[in-house]
Design a protein. Structure first.
Length: 132
């Protein structure tokens, strides 16, 4: 179910290409606090609000900032959301982050991660922030 929540001013950010939260060409987003182990698993969602295919690259990093596992390049169709498990990047990440790089000129993309407790199945969402 898709839900839209409006801000106090009633404007709401529906992630249009004007949204400052979206990644433009060459920008990198970070999803902090992701985990992949026996206690937790993570799903990474990426979305494209552009009217053309966009290529994004996902990369897992440990807490020290070192790359863990392999990079994953995804081609996102126009105006679509796609989800991948963190296990596609690495089989083990006790604590770390995922970077998302927008590699297509004229594209606007964003991401979110869902970290799920493997015992209770309780999730928590991790919002993307832009890498300075």
């Amino acid at each position: 179910t898709w839900r839209s929540h409006l801000g106090i001013d009633g404007s709401g950010d529906v992630r249009t290409s004007a949204s400052p939260a979206l990644l433009r060409t060459g920008e990198v987003g970070v999803l902090s606090g992701v985990r992949e182990n026996t206690a937790f698993r993570t799903n990474i969602g990426v979305y494209n609000v552009s009217d053309k295919d966009c290529v994004v690259e996902l990369e897992a990093k440990d807490d020290a900032g070192h790359t863990v596992g392999s990079k994953l390049a995804l081609t996102l169709p126009p105006t679509r959301y796609h989800q991948e498990p963190l296990s596609r990047l690495t089989s083990s990440l006790p604590s770390g982050s995922v970077t998302i790089t927008n590699g297509t000129s004229g594209c606007y993309v964003g991401s979110v991660a869902y970290v799920i407790d493997n015992v209770t199945q309780d999730p928590f969402a991790v919002s993307q922030r832009k890498k300075p």
